[in-house]
Design a binder for this molecule. Structure first.
Ligand code: AMP
Length: 307
């Protein structure tokens, strides 16, 4: 199968307590594709400016990412700059320069329209709707969004949510979108808006998957060598959607497996700046990392002696 992603391709400036880097390859579609390509073919839709390095798309192509859907336009590539605090869950956005992304009108190469799996990364919900309208009839649609769109484009977001199978969203944004306090209540309310599955991202603490009567927790793998947390959420999404593509998106158990694969993919991303560590990993590395989660939460039974 093939997974289609629409989102940003970016050149980021990233500052952590230990290091500062400029012009780092990033963007939601890049992190997603780097992770998803460990398990499946990826079709990428986005836009870059004339400052975008040629080799970046060639490197993604080598990983099995079809980049024919990435348009090149005169101007600057989308640029985001952020600073992390000691706690990697705390970051300040210092600057966002839309550049060629400001005029972005997604166009799908004709051969992308039959994609079975779709990930609509965090972009204007109006554009997310347009992408769905250009597709034949995808079997599975996942979507990411943020407070900017929840507050700024609630109507379009509501419409697109009706057509989505899985929403990936962080904890505070889940409460904002649902106007509910507490994650179970927020997930219940969001599921009444359309998505059957709600994945609530908890930053370095992992993610909760709410699906039908099932609640599953995929922890973040505790790592000693965190270099740059940027893109962990999009990498989680890439691992998650590609795993569902490989295993099947109808079986409830596969959502648990997919969440572990998502967490494993994110654990590579944070070990390097931008996508460098994730791009250096292969499918066996991902499978090996995923197995570490089994021991992480295996409980010897019985938990208490039987009375
Ligand atoms: P994450 O750490 O998962 O939130 O992803 C960070 C990536 O998202 C960075 O590479 C940014 O370039 C990109 N990004 C940040 N803000 C936006 C935005 N408003 N729209 C699209 N992409 C963004």
């Amino acid at each position: 199968m093939s997974v289609l992603v629409v989102g940003s391709l970016a050149l980021d400036d990233i500052e952590t307590p230990a290091e500062k880097r400029t012009g780092v390859l990033g963007g939601s579609a890049v992190y997603f594709s780097a992770a998803a390509s460990l398990l499946d073919h990826v079709r990428m839709v986005g836009v870059v400016g004339d400052d975008f390095p040629e080799h970046a798309l060639a490197d993604l192509e080598k990983k099995g990412v079809d980049t024919r859907g990435v348009m090149k336009r005169p101007g600057r590539t989308f640029h985001w700059s952020g600073r992390y605090h000691e706690n990697p869950n705390d970051r300040d956005t210092l600057e966002t320069v839309l550049g060629v992304f400001a005029e972005f009108e997604p166009q799908l190469p004709a051969e992308y329209a039959d994609s079975e799996m779709v990930f609509l990364a965090n972009i204007d919900p109006g554009l997310q709707l347009k992408v769905l309208d250009m597709m034949d009839s995808p079997g599975f649609v996942a979507l990411d969004t943020m407070n900017y769109w929840i507050e700024g484009k609630p109507g379009a977001l509501e419409k697109v949510l009706e057509r989505v199978d899985t929403l990936l969203i962080n904890d505070s944004e889940a409460e904002l979108l649902s106007r509910r306090i507490g994650l179970p209540a927020a997930a219940r309310e969001i599921r009444s808006m359309g998505p059957k599955t709600v994945v609530i991202k908890l930053g370095k603490h992992g993610a909760l998957v709410f699906r039908e009567d099932d609640l599953f927790y995929a922890p973040g793998l505790p790592m000693d060598d965190v270099k740059d947390p940027t893109g962990a959420g999009d990498s989680f999404a890439g691992g998650f959607v590609a795993a569902l593509s490989l295993l099947g998106y109808k079986d409830n158990d596969n959502y648990r497996r997919a969440a572990i694969i998502g967490s494993a993919a994110a654990s590579f991303t944070i070990q390097g700046f931008g996508v460098e560590a994730l791009m250096a990993a292969d499918r066996d590395d991902l499978a090996g990392r995923a197995e570490r989660f089994v021991d992480l939460s295996r409980i010897p039974m019985p938990i208490l002696p039987v009375k």
